[in-house]
Ligand binder design. Structure first.
Ligand code: BG6
Length: 511
């Protein structure tokens, strides 16, 4: 049965309510590569409000016409990419472009927010939109607090019962627990928690949302989803890309801050959470946060390995080491790989290790969650030691080969009793039509309709930073803290194997 993005309509109802979206950083890369194609996809599928306006805000001087031309160019360019619409819907593209105006602004100047307030009023008249406004901060993290202060002082985020004002904040939300708390306090000076939508784009991925569906909309998985049946869990987010042109950002960020307290912990929380009482935003977020609060304190010296890629190769082609990349300082100690072992102290998971790893310049782009079940308790079959029986595994494949795979043993045909491993393999593409999507459609739409389920609440952000804090402190304060090396194009450093600490367990090969 083929489906496409229109399924959102049945899930959420129809078009989002009339609103204006203000994008700070309208000239930037995120806006160009992801937000504009996502808005176009929403327009194309009939989910964008009929009365809609978009105000692009950035430092560059630009006319409305030049801004529209810039957006049109990027939507057309990305339309050729497989993630976006294949054939442009000219009517909806023209309507989207017609909704756009531009404001050149200094993010730190009060006068710019007076001008923005005037612009919001003027698009109300010209585009027939109401007073609902979403402010999307697609800018560097250092601007978040200041922009929120200015919006507050200009009275632009004051709500009434009749309309809403919401602020979307891109990641990273702080760079450690203290800075995240400080940023949160600053945002809360002007905004109520319900007005803050903290973005983690992994939650916009269909396969990530499907983790909850798979667990709670089926009868067969949940009864096995606990310490009685599960030996351990592996969560992998492996990327083939290196640091690319982002050295300035990455040198001070590293794999831990970039990926772990946000994307990887979202996957952890969705895998380990209890069933929420409903799919209401707070019910889901309560359960996810509870999991993070139950993670027991990590010993950074024994439960975590960080690594940095050295030169290597993939498919015979040479790959640079991290320190040879443009903009990276020689002798840099920035980690490009992190693996860790976590335990969750609750009745469901006590004693079940969760192994997490993420890295750049690895052999394959592969994000997945593997549930490794326990071995059968004894060996019934002659000539087959229990140890030789490969335990069952369920692999939830998040990207790029989206689907799920269950492995189990089956009799190899023949007179002898011999067991072979077989797979039941589900691929999304075999069942559902792949909707052109950047992953931001759902998140933008959900913000417009006020559904915060897929956005991070502050307690969950803080809980994530609190888990990684001992590791961050160890690396920052102990000059002896090891930094393992791995060849670019490999599966990561050998030291990470020791985390599994048991000959019966091994990282799943990236394949
Ligand atoms: C971003 C990180 O949040 O996620 C990047 O900053 C990373 O370093 C990216 O490459 C991965 O996202 P995706 O959607 O490409 O898997």
């Amino acid at each position: 049965m083929a489906q496409d993005i229109e399924h959102i309509q049945t899930a959420h109802g129809d078009r989002a309510p009339s609103c204006t979206i203000v994008i700070f950083g309208a000239g930037g890369d995120l806006t160009k590569r992801l937000l504009m194609p996502a808005l176009y996809n929403l327009a194309r599928t009939g989910l964008l409000p009929t009365e809609f306006a978009l105000i692009g805000v950035d430092r560059l001087e630009m006319s409305d016409e030049a801004f529209r031309a810039h957006v049109e160019e990027s939507v057309r360019a990305f339309a050729a990419d497989k993630h976006y619409a294949q054939t442009l819907d000219e009517t909806n593209l023209s309507r989207l472009l017609a909704s756009m105006t531009y404001l050149s602004a200094d993010f730190g100047a009060a006068a710019s927010y007076v001008a923005l307030g005037n612009k919001i009023e003027s698009v109300k008249a010209s585009h027939g939109v109401g007073d609902n406004v979403m402010f999307y901060l697609a800018v560097g993290a250092r601007f978040f607090g200041g922009i929120a202060d200015q919006l507050g002082q200009a009275g632009l985020v004051t709500e009434t019962n009749d309309y809403w004002r919401r602020v979307v904040v891109e990641k990273p939300f702080g760079h450690d627990l203290a800075s995240a708390q400080a940023l949160n306090t600053q945002l809360r000076n002007s905004l109520a928690e319900r007005q803050i939508y903290r973005m983690d784009h992994f939650l916009g991925k269909e396969t990530v949302q499907n983790i909850m569906l798979m667990r709670f909309a089926n009868g067969i998985f949940e009864p096995l989803w606990n310490r009685d049946h599960i030996d351990h869990v592996q969560i992998t987010v492996a990327e083939t890309v290196g640091v690319e042109r982002r050295a300035a950002f990455y040198e001070t960020t590293g794999a831990m801050r970039d990926m772990v307290p946000n994307h990887v912990f979202q996957l952890l929380a969705l895998t380990a959470m209890e069933s929420p009482a409903s799919f209401d935003a707070d019910a889901v977020r309560n359960e996810k946060t509870k999991v993070l609060h139950s993670v027991h304190r990590v010993n950074p010296a024994t439960d975590c390995v960080r690594g940095q890629y050295a030169s290597g190769q993939r498919d015979g082609a040479p790959l640079l080491g991290y320190q040879q990349e443009d903009g990276v300082s020689p002798g840099s100690k920035t980690e490009t790989y992190v693996a860790m072992k976590l335990g969750i102290d609750n009745w469901r998971w006590a004693g079940v290790p969760f192994y997490l790893r993420t890295g750049k310049a690895m052999s394959k782009r592969q994000s997945e969650i593997m549930i490794q079940f326990k071995r059968p308790p004894f060996s019934l079959f002659r000539n087959t030691a229990t140890e030789a029986l490969t335990p069952n595994g369920l692999v939830i494949k998040l990207q790029p080969d989206e689907g799920a795979m269950l492995t189990f043993g089956a009799k190899i045909p023949g007179p002898k009793i011999e067991i072979g491993q077989v797979h039941m393999d589900f691929h999304y593409k075999d069942y559902f039509q792949n909707a052109p999507s950047t992953g931001y459609e759902t998140l933008i739409y959900d913000c417009m309709i006020g559904d915060a389920t897929l956005f991070q609440r502050s307690d969950s952000v803080m809980a994530g930073w609190d888990i990684v804090r001992p590791m961050q402190e160890f690396w920052a304060n102990d000059p002896q803290a090891p930094l393992a090396s791995y060849a670019a194009g490999s599966d990561g450093p050998a030291e990470a194997d020791d985390l599994l600490g048991n000959s019966q367990r091994a990282w799943r090969t990236l394949s």
